[in-house]
Design a protein. Structure first.
Length: 169
């Protein structure tokens, strides 16, 4: 009877082990900074939608799409209670204040605006933004903007990759 019980236990364990498996990988960075950046906002994709070339030609710009960068556990003092962001990516060849598009679409670029409503130029730090202790959500905006009024906006698919860097002051 003991042998039968052991056979049943062994076969049920073997059966359970083959019901699925997987891997969990944890990755990130430890940084020397007063705040952590929320994992959900370090790598984002912002859907710009399907924007009419006529809107870009007549209005000049699409509806802004907001995106957030969330800071967590900020422990700031008077020497590092401000933050700047530098967004790095290719500048639009027709307008150095915009980020270039990759793909078949052309005649437009990505316009970024900081939480204070000021334009963000490629490779240029934003004006300092005030921070407090705790968590902070900073809302930026992105839109498609006609990059050169004398050039046509050509329909097609596009993407644009922009990296950001944070500096505390």
């Amino acid at each position: 009877m003991l042998a039968t019980a052991m056979t049943l236990v062994t076969s049920s364990v073997a059966y359970a082990a083959g019901q699925g498996s997987g891997t969990v990988t944890f990755e990130g960075d430890i940084v020397n900074a007063p705040c952590s950046i929320s994992p959900g906002t370090t790598d984002q994709t912002i859907a710009m939608g399907q924007v009419s070339n006529r809107v870009l030609t007549t209005v000049g710009e699409s509806t802004p799409q907001p995106f957030n960068i969330e800071l967590q556990g900020c422990d700031v003092n008077t020497t590092n209670d401000q933050i700047t962001f530098t967004f790095n990516g290719l500048a639009d060849p027709a307008n150095a204040n915009l980020f270039a598009l990759n793909g078949t679409a052309s005649g437009a670029g990505i316009r970024l605006v900081d939480p204070a409503g000021k334009d963000i130029k490629p490779h240029t730090a934003t004006a300092p933004l005030n921070l407090g202790n705790g968590n902070a959500t900073l809302t930026f905006n992105a839109s498609l903007k006609h990059s050169n009024a004398s050039a046509a906006v050509v329909p097609g698919r596009f993407n644009s990759t922009v990296n950001f860097e944070v500096a505390y002051q």
